[in-house]
Write a protein that binds this ligand. Structure first.
Ligand code: 4FL
Length: 220
């Protein structure tokens, strides 16, 4: 999968995308990420990307005549004529759920993520068809769409073949279809007793059917 990110702060992505499992998966070629600084498309000497909201009010709004050419330039570089599924990370969007994560991973091999800042973007960018969907990661306001984009990338990447090791399966985990989209059962490991707290007997019984039953009973 290829992911392009349009952002005012490309450096914010360096840590999360180069470390740990995502870092290894990228090195292994399981997916590629390209960050693009929106300032490259800014207007005038100051490379201005935003402006005051019509109607007044606090904060600044991304200009359509900056964002749309940026999207078009990123897509123009692709010779095959393919185009990305374009997502705008926005507090106004649909809340991200695991089913959406899975469908993004299986239905698209190219995502373009637009990170706004907190006041938002000119609505004509959405209404004109340059955005396919708006996604929120929860009902709270952040300083920008960068952290939400990282959350989405992390969640989607887990479903790309080669990202999860054999040890970590996306099959029987919280919100998976295998667990009826519920939160998974609790886990225990050695020691069997820790400061007076014991592991549930059933888990050390070796009785697989009973263990299955207990785990099902613990889903929420
Ligand atoms: C985006 C919040 C997605 C939650 C400010 C700018 C946001 C957000 N999910 N807050 N974008």
């Amino acid at each position: 999968m290829r992911i392009d990110i349009l952002t005012l702060h490309p450096a914010m992505f360096e840590g999360p995308l180069t470390q740990s499992m995502l870092g290894r998966a990228r090195e292994a070629g399981a997916f590629e990420v390209h960050t693009h600084s929106l300032h490259n498309w800014g207007l005038g000497n100051h490379r201005q990307v935003d402006d005051e909201p019509y109607g007044g009010g606090a904060g600044m709004v991304f200009r359509a005549d900056v964002v749309v050419p940026a999207i078009e330039d990123i897509e123009r570089k692709e010779e095959s004529g393919k185009r990305p599924h374009r997502i705008y990370l926005s507090a106004r969007g649909q809340t991200l759920k695991q089913e959406k994560v899975e469908s993004l991973a299986s239905n698209h091999d190219w995502l373009l993520l637009l990170c706004g800042h907190y006041e938002g973007i000119d609505q004509r960018i959405v209404d004109g068809g340059w955005i396919d969907e708006e996604i929120s990661i929860g009902d709270y306001v952040l300083t920008g769409g960068e952290l939400p984009a990282m959350v989405l990338i992390d969640a989607v990447a887990r479903f790309i073949p080669g990202v999860l090791g054999k040890q970590e399966s996306a099959h029987e985990e919280s919100f998976s279809a295998a667990l009826d989209r519920k939160k998974e059962y609790p886990h225990y490991t050695r020691p069997e007793e820790f400061r007076g707290l014991k592991v549930p007997d059933v888990l050390t019984s070796g009785h697989h059917a009973e263990i299955e039953k207990w785990r099902k009973s613990q889903l929420s």
